[in-house]
Design a protein. Structure first.
Length: 370
C-alpha cells in the first residue's frame, strides 16, 4: 500500500559526517552577503555538500576530506551564476564570490480583466538521491495555475524527461519499499508573501537583509538586491541545531534541513504574490530507517522551478481550462513525454544548466524512461 508522508522524503546524510573544520564561504559579489543553499558538486556530478545560512560549506561525506587535492567543485544556485573552483585545501578560512544571475521573463501585457488566477510557465527539474547515489532525475516544462482568492494551485506538464538508475532504485525498493511517495514538482503557495510570513518576527539589520525569527531563532531572511528590483526569501523549516523526528508504523525519518529559496521581481512585501515569482528552490536533507539492520540511510530531494512566462486569467477561464490539470505534487509521470528539446534552450532564459558531471550520467547510469 502506498502511503504519503508529505515532504518527509528527502534527504542526505547524517550531520555527524559533516566537515566542521573547513570555513569555505560563498558570498555575493555585489552585496557581500552570505549565500545559503548553494549546491556543491564534484567533477562526477555528485552532490557533495551545500552552504548553510552563513554561506559556509557543509560537506555531506567525511570521505571528501580524504580526496586527492586539488578538489574541483562546481557550485550552483538559483540566484547566482554557476561557477567551477579548484580547492587546494579544505582547511582554514576561504572566501569565494559569485555573480548574480540575470532573470529573464517574457514580457506580458496585463489587461484590465480581473487578476484572479496567476499562470506561470517555466522549466522544472527534480533530483533524488539515495545513500549518496543518484536515483532519479526529471526535468521539463510545466504550467502552474494559481488561484489568488480560493482554491489550491494546480499544474500541467507540457514536456518532461525522466531518468532512473535501476540499480539504485532496486536497492531503494528493497530497503524502503513504497511507504511514501516522492514530491517531484515544487510546491507553490497561493498566498501573498507577507501573509505567509505573519507568524515570524522580522528584524531589520540596517542592511539589505531582514532577519526572520521563530521562537527567538533565526530561520531565514529576506534579501533585497543592489538595484532594489528583486527580493529573495530564504527559509528553513527546521530550527537551528535541531532535528525533526517523525515515525509512521516502522518507518523513521530524521529531517535535518528543509529549505526553500524564492526569488521575486518586486520588493514591496505586502504586494508580492505568486505573479512576481521568478525562481523557486526546495530541498530537504534527511535520513530514513525501516529496518534495524539497515540503519538510517541518507536521502535527498532537490526541486527547482524557473519562470519563463507569467500572466493572468479569470476564474471563468480557469474553470474551463481545468481539464488535465493536476493538484498533487506527488502525481508525476514515471516516463518521458516531450515534443521539443527544451533542455537546449535554457541559456535563452539564463537558467543554470545541468552541471556537467550529472549531465554525463544522463543516458549512462541514469537511463531515460520512455
Amino acid at each position: 500500500m502506498y502511503m504519503k508522508i508529505k515532504f518527509i522524503v528527502v534527504l542526505i546524510c547524517l550531520f555527524a559526517g559533516l566537515l566542521c573544520k573547513a570555513q569555505i564561504q560563498f558570498v555575493g559579489v555585489q552585496n557581500k552577503l552570505p549565500i545559503p543553499s548553494l549546491n556543491i558538486y564534484n567533477e562526477k556530478g555528485t552532490l557533495i555538500g551545500f552552504t548553510d545560512k552563513t554561506g559556509v560549506t557543509q560537506f555531506l561525506d567525511s570521505g571528501v576530506k580524504r580526496q586527492k587535492l586539488p578538489l574541483v567543485i562546481t557550485v550552483q544556485h538559483i540566484s547566482y551564476e554557476t561557477k567551477t573552483f579548484s580547492l587546494v585545501s579544505l582547511d582554514g578560512k576561504q572566501l569565494y564570490f559569485l555573480e548574480p544571475r540575470p532573470q529573464v521573463l517574457k514580457e506580458v501585457t496585463v489587461t484590465a480583466k480581473p487578476k484572479e488566477v496567476v499562470v506561470l510557465k517555466g522549466y522544472f527539474r527534480s533530483l533524488e538521491t539515495f545513500d549518496h547515489q543518484f536515483k532519479y532525475f526529471s526535468d521539463g516544462i510545466v504550467e502552474f495555475y494559481i488561484p489568488l482568492k480560493k482554491g489550491k494551485p494546480k499544474y500541467r506538464l507540457v514536456d518532461c524527461r525522466v531518468f532512473v538508475d535501476s540499480i539504485v532504485a532496486k536497492d531503494y525498493n528493497a530497503k524502503m519499499r513504497s511507504f511514501f511517495q516522492i514530491p517531484r514538482i515544487t510546491e507553490i503557495d497561493n498566498r501573498k508573501l507577507a501573509d505567509r510570513l505573519n507568524d515570524l518576527v522580522k528584524e531589520n539589520d540596517r542592511s539589505s537583509r531582514i532577519r526572520l525569527l521563530k521562537k527567538g531563532n533565526e530561520v531565514g531572511y529576506l534579501t533585497t538586491d543592489a538595484d532594489r528590483s528583486n527580493v529573495q526569501l530564504y527559509l528553513d523549516k527546521v530550527l537551528p541545531d535541531t532535528v525533526v523526528n517523525e515515525k509512521l508504523f516502522n518507518l523513521e525519518a530524521k529531517t535535518f534541513h528543509e529549505v526553500t529559496v524564492e526569488n521575486y521581481n518586486a520588493t514591496e512585501l505586502n504586494s508580492i504574490t505568486p505573479f512576481n515569482l521568478t525562481a523557486l528552490y526546495q530541498n530537504i536533507v534527511a535520513s530514513l530507517k525501516r529496518k534495524k539492520e539497515y540503519g538510517h540511510i541518507p536521502c535527498e530531494i532537490l526541486n527547482e522551478f524557473y519562470v519563463m512566462e507569467n500572466g493572468y486569467i479569470t476564474e471563468e477561464e480557469y474553470k474551463s481550462n481545468q481539464k488535465g490539470l493536476t493538484k498533487s505534487i506527488y502525481t508525476t509521470p514515471q516516463k518521458s513525454n516531450y515534443k521539443i528539446r527544451f533542455w537546449e534552450k535554457l541559456e535563452n532564459y539564463h537558467i543554470p544548466a545541468i552541471n556537467d558531471g550529472l549531465a554525463k550520467q544522463l543516458g549512462e547510469n541514469l537511463q531515460l524512461i520512455n
